[in-house]
Write a protein that binds this ligand. Structure first.
Ligand SMILES: [Zn+2]
Length: 132
């Protein structure tokens, strides 16, 4: 009574000749350009002095308005309106030098001067558009 299964144990051992390991060629490490930009956390002191900004010719139309052959200081005009209608409004001839124009702002409107020099070129552009 020997019941042999039809399929006998056929242990076919595969030939162990080819034992060469072929490493795939596409296993290169993926080095994409993932350079992390290190942004320093905003730990700067709140009152870091700006790097010597100055008024530029860019600011000119923001400060002076050509009117009647003169350049009229907008800040003087604002001050006159807000504070005292008897205050003078400084005007300059159209051929005034840039240093004259800038000096007036620096000396007479220091806070306005600071505000202007702190503006970005984009802000200057936007303000110009508003003034037109
Ligand atoms: Zn002025």
């Amino acid at each position: 009574m020997s019941v042999e299964p039809a399929a006998a144990h056929r242990e076919s051992t595969p030939p162990r000749s080819a034992s060469r390991q072929t490493t795939p060629a596409f296993a290169s490490p993926q080095t994409k350009q993932a350079a992390p930009e290190e942004r320093p956390p905003s730990t700067q002191p709140a009152r870091s002095p700006p790097p010597r900004k100055q008024l530029s010719i860019q600011h000119l139309p923001l400060i002076y308005q050509a009117s009647g052959g003169r350049q009229l200081c907008r800040m003087c005009r604002e001050r006159k309106k807000k504070i005292n209608l008897s205050l003078p409004v400084t005007t300059f001839p159209l051929d005034a030098t840039w240093s004259e124009l800038a000096d007036h702002v620096r000396e007479m409107h220091p806070s306005g001067h600071d505000r202007l020099v702190a503006m970005s070129p984009k802000e200057i552009q936007e303000m110009k558009l508003r003034l037109q």
